[in-house]
Ligand binder design. Structure first.
Ligand code: PXG
Length: 443
């Protein structure tokens, strides 16, 4: 990489940082570093502008370096850098929780964490503890889904369904089963929005219930739209059917909205978009626009109350993190919600979605493309993998897009796109043109 002698933006030694979910040796041989960001663009260490086609990692929904958020964090760090929330409190955590519950109907509490992974483990733990609290302590099983991604905690990888995230880590949680995933190119390739085919796959939950008995099952967890595994859009009616089966059997339904929350689908949450209410849902990422890490679990009316019969003075739930409700995260979150509201970003996402849909589907027919799928401001473009070299083709596309000034995300041989909700049509055009050109040049 070309580098001026006085350039301190590129570190000399890349070895000490063990990079997450990264081919460390490959990256360190040819590093790609961002040193600045503004709006929808990153600046690389060699001074190039790169359009952020992935909102960072699906998290900077309002774009980068937003003044109101930065200033709110600056004000807060000058005033109260940290305060414990175990048997103590500070006002912002209550204010932020109240603002969040106002964005929903029927979810009266929020439990704060520091990440999506912690939100998932928290939701699973609350589900188990709630079943116990209401006298259903035999309900200990958790049901996830194949190809699900629920972060990297032991709970999350156990209910998750991505083999490479599981196979290195032993036996995981006991008592977990999985629904089948809903991805089927033979039926649904090149669907715009929700596929017609596949609602019956929700009935597999009945089969799992018949195998284990409902009295042993605490909760089902799914992403309303699966993100990390390559943008899998739920078939029409699928989430509603899951809800009905859960209701029938007293099973809690958890939506993992770490990606779908905060405007990605053009609504506050996917539950609102699909008109299906879970019992608990997890969020993170767009919660604070990623300026300070944070996650949150929303619980429906009555869940918290079920714990409040414990004797006076007793701690009702033995769970929490040092940084649950950290003042800087709350400050970032409150300012983020203001930006979303004041700029109407979720409505903007909703308005842009048809243009986005037409744009991504215009790539049908480009080399290697075997499917295109989309919902809200998310799209997946599935490439035919090179025989014997899975992931190589999409990764090549990733590198070539980066060279041409566009950040995309790839998983397997699938390109995932999820731009900040402040993009305008010219940015979308640039994304489509760049991906289109790259697809014509890769082998
Ligand atoms: N649940 C879902 C649905 C997620 O997408 C997590 C939980 C975990 O969140 P944390 O904050 O612990 O990472 C996620 C995270 C990608 C990508 O490009 C996706 C995630 C993280 C990093 C990369 O697909 N999702």
């Amino acid at each position: 990489m070309a580098r001026a002698a006085n350039d301190t933006s590129v570190p000399n030694d890349l070895e000490p940082f063990w990079m997450p979910f990264t081919a460390n040796r490959q990256f360190k041989a040819q590093p790609r570093l961002f040193v600045e960001a503004e709006g929808v663009h990153y600046t690389t260490s060699d001074g190039r502008k790169v359009l952020d086609g992935t909102s960072g990692l699906w998290c900077c929904n309002a774009g980068h370096r937003r003044k109101p958020i930065i200033e709110a964090v600056q004000r807060q760090v000058e005033k109260l850098d940290f305060a414990p929330t175990f048997q103590m409190g500070h006002p912002l955590s209550f204010e932020f929780a109240a603002r969040l519950t106002q964005m929903t109907e029927g979810f009266s509490q929020v439990f704060f964490t520091n990440s999506g992974s912690e939100a998932v483990d928290t939701a699973l733990k609350i589900a188990l503890a709630y079943q116990r609290a209401i006298g259903q302590g035999t309900r200990t099983r958790l049901i996830g889904r194949e190809r699900g991604y629920h972060g990297v905690g032991f709970g999350g990888i156990s209910v998750g369904g991505i083999v490479s995230n599981r196979k290195q880590f032993g036996t995981l949680l006991a008592g977990v089963d999985h629904l089948p995933h809903t991805h089927d190119l033979a039926h649904n390739a090149f669907t715009r929005g929700e596929p017609e085919w596949g609602v019956h796959l929700a009935d597999e939950l009945e089969r799992i219930v018949a195998l284990h008995d409902a009295s042993t099952i605490a909760a089902v967890i799914v992403e309303p739209v699966a993100g990390s595994t390559g943008v899998l859009i739920p078939p029409k009616g699928y989430l509603k059917r899951l809800r009905e089966i859960c209701d029938k059997h007293g099973i809690l339904l958890i939506f993992d909205e770490v990606i779908t929350g905060f405007g990605r689908l053009g609504a506050n949450f996917a539950s609102e978009y699909f008109g299906v209410k879970p019992d608990l849902f997890t969020t993170a990422k767009g919660l604070t626009n990623a300026v300070v890490p944070m996650g949150a679990v929303f619980t429906r009316d009555g869940i918290y109350d079920a714990f409040m019969d414990a004797p006076d003075g007793a701690i009702e739930l033995f769970h929490g993190y040092t940084y649950s409700g950290h003042p800087l995260a709350c400050a970032a979150g409150l300012a983020t919600l203001d930006v979303y509201r004041d700029e109407g970003l979720f409505e903007r996402a909703n308005d842009l979605a048809p243009y986005w849909q037409d744009g991504v589907h215009s790539l049908k027919g480009r080399n290697h493309v075997i499917d295109i799928r989309n919902l809200g401001m998310v799209a997946g473009i599935e490439l035919e993998g090179i025989a014997g070299k899975p992931t190589a083709r999409a990764f090549d596309a990733f590198l070539k897009c980066y060279d041409k000034g566009l950040l995309i995300r790839t998983t397997g041989d699938i390109i995932a796109l999820s731009p900040p909700l402040i993009v305008d049509k010219s940015h979308i055009d640039f994304m489509i043109d760049t991906v289109g050109e790259v697809l014509q040049t890769i082998h």
